[in-house]
Design a protein around this ligand. Structure first.
Ligand code: ZN
Length: 336
């Protein structure tokens, strides 16, 4: 199903069913339901008995093949690690390729030029399109140029600026908006989220990412925040405790934490860690304003560049030592 905040865009697109371009780029922030949109559009394009608004019937042969993942007129190009909702900073790191294999893209040429099994449309779904490396993108480009009639390419991307300009220019862009805060909260609450507000702030307001935050995430975040709430925390042993954590995740936590420290000092409120309000208030009271802000800015810069540091352990140690330094520089009194 398309997510409720995309109903309008979906209806508009289906109303142009006869005149849809053969290549669409569905773009927008990560974790807002772009893939669900592309899948719903795939169902609608392949359905053999669509309803009054061109929505898939859910019952014909095509619909049930798609449901089972065995439709002969459908191809999905995706790296192995990608799951519904997108690839986020959350969760554990997997040592699997994050790229779409070029051989699979090359095989698309054979797929689009043979006759459709059901005599209808053919759909190629690429998710996320930024997982195409240059070779794979060039292989796709050949197919995008002049596909046979009734062939549709649906590209899904949140880092769409990274796509080759030649790919971008051959697609019609559909910008999918994020939900507003109320819609996002209502939706993840309906999906069973126990603490929707806190989960949404952790996920930057993206409901699908918020829903992916599992017990392990909340547990490790709790361990980390409780540790750094203690002003005399031991950076090296904490780094050891977090050895299995993705460094980007820890940087993200420290970035949110330092935002809250600066925000509490300036305005007396926090945005991300409302469950640690008293710890933040205690630390903020003893920190230097400028130093706290400077530390927060350094976390933002770090978050932009960090992907996979060569030595995660060393990276974490340095990161936590720098926070310990901030606490010391702010003149915190240590327990004797
Ligand atoms: Zn159908």
């Amino acid at each position: 199903m398309v997510l409720p905040w995309h109903d309008q865009e979906f209806e508009q697109l289906l109303s142009r069913r006869g005149g849809l371009p053969h290549a669409l780029l569905l773009r927008g922030p990560e974790g807002i339901g772009k893939l669900a949109f592309a899948e719903a559009l795939t169902r609608a394009l392949l359905c053999e008995n669509p309803g009054p608004k061109a929505v898939a019937c859910g019952q014909c042969v095509s619909c049930s093949w798609l449901e089972q993942g065995s439709h002969p007129d459908f191809r999905r190009l995706a790296p192995e690690t990608i799951t519904e909702g997108g690839e986020g900073e959350q969760g554990t790191e997997k040592k699997v390729s994050h790229q779409i294999p070029v051989e699979e893209v090359r095989a698309i040429a054979d797929f689009i030029f043979v006759t459709s099994h059901r005599g209808g449309a053919k759909v190629v779904l690429v998710h996320p399109a930024e997982a195409l490396n240059v070779n794979a993108a060039n292989a796709l480009l050949k197919n995008l140029e002049e596909p046979p009639p009734q062939t549709y390419f649906l590209l899904v991307a949140h880092r769409w600026h990274q796509l080759l300009p030649t790919i971008r220019s051959r697609c019609q862009h559909i910008a999918l908006p994020p939900p507003d805060a109320d819609a996002a909260r209502a939706w993840i609450e309906a999906q069973g989220s126990k603490n929707p507000d806190l989960a949404l702030t952790q996920a930057g307001g993206a409901p699908l990412l918020a829903l992916q935050l599992d017990e392990a995430y909340w547990h490790t975040r709790g361990v980390f925040l409780r540790a750094i709430s203690d002003t005399a925390f031991d950076a090296l042993s904490l780094a050891e405790q977090l050895r299995d954590c993705a460094p980007a995740l820890v940087v993200g936590w420290l970035q949110k934490w330092s935002f809250d420290l600066a925000s509490y000092k300036a305005a007396g409120r926090v945005r991300y860690n409302s469950d640690f309000l008293s710890s933040i208030a205690a630390a903020a009271a003893q920190l230097d304003d400028i130093e706290a802000l400077r530390f927060h800015r350094s976390m933002i810069s770090l978050q932009r560049v960090i992907a996979h540091p060569l030595n995660s352990r060393l990276f974490l140690e340095q990161l936590l030592l720098s926070y310990a330094d901030l606490l010391r520089g702010g003149g915190l009194r240590r327990a004797a």
